[in-house]
Design a protein around this ligand. Structure first.
Ligand code: MG
Length: 158
């Protein structure tokens, strides 16, 4: 039995915090604003996993009103979501993700991000797709005011 899930997230780029995407620190003059480390890619992936299991979203599990998630490392939260997937007797078949960032260029970091995420969700790196695209200068994302991410995952009953 298979289950599919989709996730989307967006965070605003601001001066101050480091830019973390897929658990990897990317050198850039701006970072993402949020209650946790605002790792937009990892958030979208968690929502896809939770969505596939009809468990709601990351706000249900890790509310941003809860002080204990202030500055939380999103990759640690992804490990916990992966644990929920295992508890439900599912495994990840593959995940496919898009990051929309006008800047910076993410291509040099995609392999490292893939390695990081694959370790978290117990799937081989070749079963994770991560694509980076700009927003062609259109709208808020195109002006570089934020970074967004979409993810789709397929789970299989173990
Ligand atoms: Mg988020």
């Amino acid at each position: 039995m298979y289950r599919i899930g989709t996730g989307y997230d967006v965070h605003r780029l601001v001066e101050g915090p480091p830019l973390i995407l897929g658990g990897v620190r990317i050198p850039f003059e701006l970072g993402l604003q949020g209650h946790s480390d605002a790792d937009v890619l990892t958030h979208a992936l968690m929502d896809a996993l939770l969505g596939a299991l009809s468990l709601g979203d990351i706000g249900t599990f890790f509310p941003d009103t809860d002080e204990k998630y202030c500055g939380a490392c999103s990759v640690d939260l992804l490990f916990r979501v992966a644990g929920l997937v295992r508890e439900k007797n599912y495994g990840v078949v593959n995940a496919d993700c898009v990051v929309i960032a006008q800047k910076p260029k993410l291509q040099p970091y995609l392999e490292e991000i893939k390695e990081k995420l694959s370790g978290c969700i117990a799937v081989e790196p070749e079963n994770i797709g991560i694509k980076a695209t700009t927003h062609e200068g259109l709208g808020e994302l195109g002006r570089g005011e934020g970074i967004a991410s979409y993810c789709v995952v397929l789970l299989e009953k173990r």
